[in-house]
Design a protein around this ligand. Structure first.
Ligand code: ADP
Ligand code: MG
Length: 633
C-alpha cells in the first residue's frame, strides 16, 4: 500500500516513473507480440507439413476448406468482435466469392489468380449489400436481416441457374494454374495456408493501428465517438468491406479446392459454424477465431462432414461456450496468465498525484486571468421536446480562456444546452457562433474537429484498453485514416502511432496520472479516474473549448478536488471550459464565472471575483436540492 498524498508532489521524479512505466508497458507488449509470432510460425509450419502425413485429393480438399472457414471467421471477427456489429451474412459473402470465382473460371475461362480477384470483388459487393442495413439498424434487427440473406441464397441461386447451375451446383471450374503451371492439390492447400497467414498478418496490423481504436470506439462508445471527431457510419461501412474481404477470398479458394460450388455449402450450418467459432475462441481477440474454429473443425472431421451430428455438435458448442466461457477461450487464458503474473496495485481510489505544493482544496490556486475575445456565442436558442420547453431562448457567450460553471436546478436544460453546443441536438430556433463562423446545424464530428470537445455523464471509454490508449483515441479522429498504410504497417502509420503516443504521454504527465495506471485496462480503475481519463482524451487533441456535463457527479470529496485541480490546470493551459455542476463549493472553488440556467433561460451570469448578483447569491446560498424544480414567480 502506498499513500499518494505522502509522495513528493509533482517533481521530475514522477515523470521518470511515468517513463519507466511506459517503457515497461511497451516492453511487455513487444514480448507478448514475439510470443504470438512464434506461436503463429509454429502453427503454420505444423499445418504446412500436413501433406506429408495425409494425402489424396479428398484429404487436401477437406483441409483446404477448413482453412477457408478459419479465414472467413477471421473476417467475421473483425465485424462482430472488434466492431460489435451483429452481422451474420458471412456465408453469403463466401458463396458470392465462390460463385463469382467459379463462374469466371467455368464460363469465361479466366485464369486462377484473376478468377480469385473476381471472387473477392463479388464477395465484397455481396458483403456491402447484405450488411448495408447496419448503417440504419442495430443489434438483433441487423442479425436477422443479414441472416435472411443466408436463407434467400438458395432461391437466388436457383433463379440464376443458367449461370450458377442452380440446384445441381456449378461445375466446370478449371484446375488452378499460375503462370502456366498447374497447381496440384497440395500446392493449392499450401497457397491457401499462406493466404490465411497473410490475412492474419494484415488483420493484426489493422487492429494494432489507429483503425483498431476506430473499430472499438464504434463498438464501445457508440454515438459518443462522434464527439472525438469520428464518423461511426463511415467506419462501419469500411468494416463491412474489411470483414467481407477474408470471407470472399475464402469462398473463391473453396471454389477451386472443391472444383464445385453448391449453395448448400453456404447455409445456416456454415453461419452457425463461423459464429460459434468466433464466440468460442473469443470475439474481439486476434486468436479468437483460430482458437475457436480449431476444435469445431476437428469435431467435424471426427464425425464426418456430412454427418447429422455436425449441426448438433455446433449447436452444443455454441451452448457450452455461452455458459462456460461467455467471453471465449482466449480472454479466459489471458485472465489465467495475468493472475499468475501479479502487477503493482493501484491503491488509491483516485490514482493521481496532487497538483501544486499546497495539495488541493486551496481556493487561492485561482489566479485572475485575462480572457480573450468571445469565442462561443448562443443567441435565442430554443428546443422543445414534445410539450416540454427545455430551452427557451438562451443567450450567452463565453470568452476565450474562461472556466465557466453552468449551474441550475435539475431539468433546467443544462444537458440539453450542452448537447446543442456539441451538435448532438439541433436547436429549433436560434443560432450558435463559434469563433467567426455560424456553426448552427454542424455535425458532432465537425464541431469536434473544429475544437469543441466534450465528455459524458457516464464516461465513454474502451474498457479493455489502458488509460494511455484511451487518451490516444482522442487523436485518431484528427489524423489521416488511410487503410493501406495501416494494414501494411508502413512507416507513415508507425509515425502516426508515435505521434499519438507522445501526445497522450504529455497529457498523462500534465494531468499527473499515477504512473502505475499507465498500462492498466481502464475497466480496473475507479469512476473518478475514468472521468479524468475521458477529460484527458478530450484534451489530447488540444481543443479550443471543453464542454463537461457533471464531471463530479458520483465522486467523493477527494476525487472531486482532484478533478477540480485538473480542470484548473487545463484552463491554465488556455483551454476554455464550460462545466455543468451541482456542487456549489466545487464551482465556487474552480470557476472564473458562473451562469445560472433556470427553466431553459440564462437568468444570471457573473464573474466570481466581483460582487455576485442577488439572484445568484440566493441560488448559491439555498443549496439547491436536486429534485425540486424552481418555478418562476
Ligand atoms: P438538466 O441537465 O439541467 O437537468 P435536461 O437538459 O436534461 O436538464 O432536461 C431539460 C428538460 O428537457 C427536462 O424537462 C427533460 O425532461 C427534458 N428533456 C431532456 N432531454 C429530453 C429528450 N431527449 N426527450 C424528451 N425530453 C427531454
Ligand atoms: Mg443533466
Amino acid at each position: 500500500m502506498h499513500d499518494l498524498a505522502r509522495k513528493p508532489p509533482v517533481t521530475a521524479l514522477d515523470n521518470d516513473a511515468v517513463s519507466r512505466e511506459f517503457s515497461a508497458w511497451i516492453a511487455r507488449k513487444a514480448r507478448l507480440r514475439h510470443i504470438n509470432v512464434a506461436i503463429a510460425i509454429l502453427i503454420l509450419i505444423g499445418l504446412g507439413l500436413i501433406p506429408l502425413i495425409s494425402q489424396g485429393t479428398y484429404a487436401y480438399a477437406r483441409y483446404g476448406v477448413a482453412l477457408a472457414y478459419v479465414m472467413a471467421a477471421v473476417g467475421l471477427n473483425l465485424a462482430i468482435g472488434f466492431t460489435g456489429e451483429l452481422v451474420l451474412g458471412h456465408a453469403v459473402v463466401m458463396a458470392a466469392g465462390a460463385y463469382a470465382a467459379g463462374m469466371l473460371s467455368a464460363h469465361a475461362g479466366v485464369s486462377f489468380p484473376f478468377a480469385v480477384l473476381g471472387g473477392i470483388a463479388g464477395g465484397l459487393a455481396a458483403g456491402a449489400a447484405v450488411m448495408l442495413p447496419g448503417l440504419r439498424v442495430r443489434g438483433w434487427y441487423l442479425a436477422l436481416i443479414t441472416m435472411f440473406a443466408v436463407l434467400v441464397l438458395p432461391r437466388v441461386v436457383v433463379l440464376t441457374e443458367h449461370w450458377t447451375g442452380g440446384e445441381f451446383g456449378l461445375t466446370g471450374i478449371q484446375p488452378p494454374s499460375f503462370l502456366g503451371y498447374l497447381l496440384s492439390d497440395w500446392v493449392l492447400y499450401e497457397v491457401t495456408l499462406l493466404l490465411l497467414a497473410l490475412v492474419g498478418l494484415l488483420v493484426a496490423n489493422l487492429v494494432r493501428s489507429g483503425w483498431g481504436y476506430r473499430l472499438r470506439a464504434v463498438r464501445d462508445i457508440g454515438t459518443a465517438s462522434a464527439a472525438i471527431g469520428l464518423r461511426p457510419n463511415r467506419i462501419r461501412f469500411t468494416v463491412y468491406l474489411l470483414a467481407a474481404g477474408p470471407a470472399a477470398l475464402a469462398g473463391a479458394l473453396q471454389a477451386f479446392t472443391d472444383a464445385f460450388v453448391n449453395a448448400d455449402s453456404f447455409g445456416i450450418s456454415l453461419t452457425l459454424l463461423l459464429l460459434t467459432g468466433v464466440m468460442l475462441g473469443g470475439a474481439g481477440t486476434l486468436w479468437g477465431p483460430i482458437v475457436g474454429m480449431a476444435p469445431l473443425i476437428a469435431l467435424s472431421f471426427w464425425v464426418g462432414p456430412f454427418s447429422v451430428y455436425n449441426a448438433v455438435a455446433l449447436g452444443a458448442g455454441l451452448l457450452i461456450s455461452a455458459i462456460v466461457v461467455p467471453d471465449g477461450f482466449v480472454p479466459l487464458i489471458r485472465r489465467w496468465v495475468s493472475r499468475r503474473t501479479p502487477s503493482s496495485a493501484v491503491a488509491d481510489s483516485m490514482p493521481v498525484a496532487p497538483v501544486g505544493d499546497s495539495g488541493s482544496g486551496n481556493p487561492s490556486i485561482r489566479t485572475r486571468r485575462e480572457f480573450g475575445p468571445e469565442i462561443l456565442k448562443a443567441r435565442g436558442v430554443m428546443k422543445t421536446f414534445g410539450g416540454v420547453r427545455a430551452l427557451q431562448g438562451i443567450d450567452m457567450s463565453i470568452r476565450q480562456g474562461e472556466l465557466v460553471g453552468l449551474i441550475g436546478p435539475n431539468g433546467s436544460g443544462k444537458s440539453t444546452f450542452l448537447n446543442v453546443l456539441s451538435g448532438f441536438i439541433a436547436p429549433d430556433a436560434g443560432d450558435i457562433r463559434y469563433r467567426d463562423a455560424d456553426v448552427t446545424g454542424w455535425r458532432v464530428d465537425e464541431l469536434a474537429l473544429a475544437g469543441i470537445g466534450r465528455t459524458f455523464q457516464v464516461p465513454q471509454l474502451i474498457d479493455e484498453l489502458t488509460s494511455l490508449e484511451n487518451i490516444e483515441i482522442g487523436l485518431v479522429g484528427h489524423e489521416n485514416s488511410d487503410l493501406i498504410s495501416a494494414v501494411l504497417r508502413l512507416p507513415r502509420d508507425i509515425a502516426r502511432e508515435r505521434r499519438r503516443r507522445t501526445a497522450a504521454l504529455e497529457i498523462f504527465r500534465a494531468m499527473r496520472f499515477a504512473p502505475e495506471t499507465l498500462g492498466r485496462p481502464i475497466a480496473e480503475l475507479s469512476l473518478g479516474f475514468k472521468r479524468i481519463v475521458e477529460i484527458g482524451r478530450a484534451a489530447v487533441s488540444k481543443p479550443t473549448i471543453l464542454l463537461l456535463d457533471e464531471p463530479a457527479a458520483g465522486l467523493n470529496e477527494k476525487e472531486r478536488q482532484d478533478l477540480g485541480d485538473r480542470l484548473q490546470e487545463l484552463a491554465a493551459q488556455g483551454i476554455t471550459i464550460l462545466v455543468v455542476e451541482h456542487n456549489v463549493p466545487f464551482v465556487l472553488r474552480i470557476c472564473d464565472s458562473l451562469m445560472l440556467l433556470e427553466n431553459g433561460q440564462v437568468t444570471c451570469r457573473a464573474d466570481l471575483d466581483e460582487a455576485l448578483p442577488e439572484r445568484l447569491e440566493t441560488y448559491l446560498r439555498h443549496d439547491p436540492t436536486p429534485t425540486t424544480q424552481k418555478v418562476e414567480s
